[in-house]
Design a protein around this ligand. Structure first.
Ligand code: AMP
Ligand code: GLY
Length: 419
């Protein structure tokens, strides 16, 4: 079967890497891809937002399954476009992808269906938001309603910080339309945990838990990013908590879909805060996480194509994937300045030496082939992933491999797995 993967990040390289191991996969295309996806398949120069061109390509090449990575393609309705053209595609339609694309929509869904989450207020008028923040309790969290590449959330410790976040989103419009509406919510304290579950509308299939490290700098300091590194398992989710997440989040989520008449087929990735009062949902993502996918797929022993097809076909109930008991760690190597402005085109050195360490795989994100050189081409550049007999062993391998890679102004966290 021919596969088309949409996107160009570390997640998409990990998906391509894993799918290429399926005996049923004959060819992988990635649109637009990166220098890493070009090693396991063929890159296609079509942007993830050019839905008609992607559908035309899939039809022409007789692609058997398209797998969507990024949230914005889902929110723009890529699944609706492909399905209307009779093409098989993995991911939720635009109506259900609103659960990620609008925080206000997601919060309303959670409130109506009793899914535990932070209390919140929604604002479309910046004067009202400013007035609210002058008298609110701190810390609190200011969120752009729409998609902002993981950069639309500010945990404000004092009124000045909240006012600045509101001003940037609503008055200056730095996130465009995504920030014209904002959600201001209670700041939750606890340990964060990322869950992934394939959902076919009727049943779901858990992946192991993971933890992202969202802040740019060591010690969980600095601005939020798309994610600077991940571990799996997170070490924070015991059997009792898992049972609560099942009944309080997943069962209510499925019941809510039914009640609202929302068809959801794809990956549901709730970000959770494990608080003293139990698990609470920080956000729903409707796709594979990045960099979470880079550790999860290292641990998946089963054929990913079987799972994705079962999800699309509504037969997930029979699936019991096998997982590697070992721990996985992924350390992101980013361009200096990320998540702010960055320079591109820096030559990357040491990739073969890093990949030569046992149980290490280096996934590409913002990279580009430039003749015989691989150069940087984005904020997050590489994900250095390692499996190990425990978290500490996996960390040691991942950092040993990361140590062998260099490019001008490289930025990474030193505390992935210990923060
Ligand atoms: P989100 O995109 O909504 O997951 O937010 C990004 C990050 O901001 C989360 O992973 C948390 O680290 C932080 N965050 C979001 N909402 C809250 C909250 N209500 N309380 C504390 N931290 C939060
Ligand atoms: N790593 C967080 C995300 O994919 O949203």
């Amino acid at each position: 079967m021919k596969i088309l993967i949409i996107g160009s990040g570390g997640r998409e390289h990990a998906l391509a890497w894993k799918l290429s191991q399926s005996p049923r996969v004959t060819k992988i295309f990635c649109a637009p891809g990166n220098a890493g996806t070009a090693q396991v398949g063929e890159n296609v120069p079509i942007g993830a937002d050019d839905l008609p061109a992607l559908a035309a390509f899939a039809r022409r090449e007789q692609v058997g399954l398209t797998v969507v990575g990024p949230d914005d393609a889902l929110a723009a309705g890529i699944v609706d476009v492909f399905e209307a053209a009779g093409l098989r595609i993995f991911g939720p339609r635009a109506a259900a992808a609103q659960l990620e694309a609008s925080k206000a929509f997601a919060k309303d869904f959670m409130r109506r269906h009793g899914i535990p989450t932070a209390s919140y207020r929604e604002f479309t008028d910046s004067m009202e938001a400013h007035a609210y923040c002058r008298s609110a309790k701190y810390p609190l969290v200011v969120k752009a309603d729409g998609l902002a590449l993981g950069k639309g959330v500010v945990v404000a410790e004092a009124p000045g910080e909240a006012a600045l976040a509101i001003h940037r989103a609503m008055d200056l419009g730095i996130f465009g339309d995504a920030g014209r509406r904002i959600v201001i919510e209670e700041c939750l304290r606890g340990v964060e945990c990322s869950l992934h579950a394939l959902v076919d509308g009727k049943s779901y299939c858990w992946f192991p838990d993971a933890r992202d490290h969202k802040r740019a700098f060591d010690g969980n300091l600095g601005p939020n990013t798309g994610g600077m590194g991940t571990i799996s398992p997170s070490g924070s989710l015991d059997a009792a908590l898992t049972a609560r997440v099942k009944t309080e989040v997943m069962d209510r989520f499925l019941a809510g879909l039914q009640a609202d008449g929302l068809a959801f087929r794809g990956m549901l990735f709730p970000g959770l805060m494990l608080t003293e009062d139990g698990p609470k949902v920080l956000e729903f993502n409707c796709r594979f996480g990045d960099p979470e996918t880079q550790v999860l797929l290292r641990r998946l022993k089963s054929d990913l194509l079987d799972l994705l097809e079962a999800c699309v076909d509504g037969t997930l109930a029979g699936q019991q994937p096998e997982w590697d008991d070992r721990a996985a760690v992924c350390v992101i190597l980013a361009s200096g300045g990320y998540p702010g402005p960055i320079a591109k085109g820096k030559e990357i050195h040491g990739l073969p030496a890093a990949g030569a360490i046992d149980d290490v795989v280096v996934f590409h994100a913002g990279t580009k082939q430039d003749g015989d050189r691989v150069v940087t081409n984005g904020g997050r550049v590489l994900g250095v992933s390692a499996l190990g007999t425990g978290l500490s062993d996996a960390r040691t391998r991942a950092y040993a491999a990361a140590e062998r890679i260099s490019f001008d102004q490289m930025q990474r966290r030193e505390d992935i797995g210990t923060a």
